[in-house]
Ligand binder design. Structure first.
Ligand SMILES: C[S@@+](CC[C@H](N)C(=O)[O-])C[C@H]1O[C@@H](n2cnc3c(N)ncnc32)[C@H](O)[C@@H]1O
Length: 207
């Protein structure tokens, strides 16, 4: 994750404005409740935390997993600056993350009832396997939201996005969720040329 360690220094400045609206829509689609436990993987610099927090208040728990220590440092800084409790960024590979690791990070017995995968499926090295692991951590009846960029044939901007984000935006990222989830829905989100492809949001329930 050496690239993302470096990227973490300018990630928020370069990315935030491009995804603000989509982040808000993803948080809304999670249908958060005051005592929800959200697993945000990858959490990056924690850019989605404020939207979760606003929807859940003090009672909710955020478990943010990321493989890049640099991105996590920013996520921790964000949580500390806001004075949030129950926000736990942890260093983990989303493909091998365990419930024990989540419990250790939270310091208590937790089980995610919301799974948020924002700009992760295009970046994970083996998205099917990583998603299967994340899905296994979600409780029965839990809700999952996956958001990413897709282009069947990326143009110049799409290829630039792939280089900058170390991503593969040709992945049909919603399909792993579609295969396992109940009440699956998939819709487009507001998209601009700078995104390099179409942004869309997929949701489904477990069990
Ligand atoms: C494009 S960023 C998205 C971050 C965040 N979800 C957001 O919306 O800003 C991709 C993130 O995936 C993380 N990442 C890549 N592979 C990972 C893995 N196997 N496990 C956990 N995090 C991973 C990177 O460190 C990086 O923070």
């Amino acid at each position: 994750m050496a690239w993302y360690d470096m990227f973490s220094r300018f990630y928020d400045a370069s990315i935030e404005a491009h995804y603000r609206e989509q982040r808000a829509l993803a948080a809304e689609a999670l249908d958060l409740r005051p005592a929800s436990v959200v697993l945000d993987a990858p959490c990056g610099t924690g850019q989605s935390f404020p939207a979760f927090r606003a929807a859940m208040g003090e009672e909710g728990t955020i478990l943010g997993a990321d493989l890049s220590p640099g991105m996590l440092r920013e996520a921790r800084r964000r949580a500390a600056a806001a004075g949030w409790s129950r926000v736990h960024p942890l260093h983990a590979d989303a493909g091998t993350l365990t419930l024990d690791a989540l419990r250790e990070a939270a310091g208590r017995d937790v089980r995610p009832d919301r799974l948020h995968v924002f700009l992760g499926m295009s970046v994970f090295p083996d998205p099917d396997a990583v998603f299967a692991n994340l899905w296994s951590l979600l409780s029965e009846g839990g809700r999952c939201v996956v958001v990413d960029v897709y282009a069947e044939r990326p143009g110049l901007q799409g290829r630039m996005v792939e280089v900058v984000a170390r991503a593969d935006i040709r992945r049909r990222f919603w399909e792993p969720l579609e295969r396992v989830g109940r009440d699956f829905e998939h819709r487009s989100l507001p998209t601009r040329a700078a995104h390099g492809g179409t942004i869309s949001l997929a949701t489904a329930t477990k069990g």
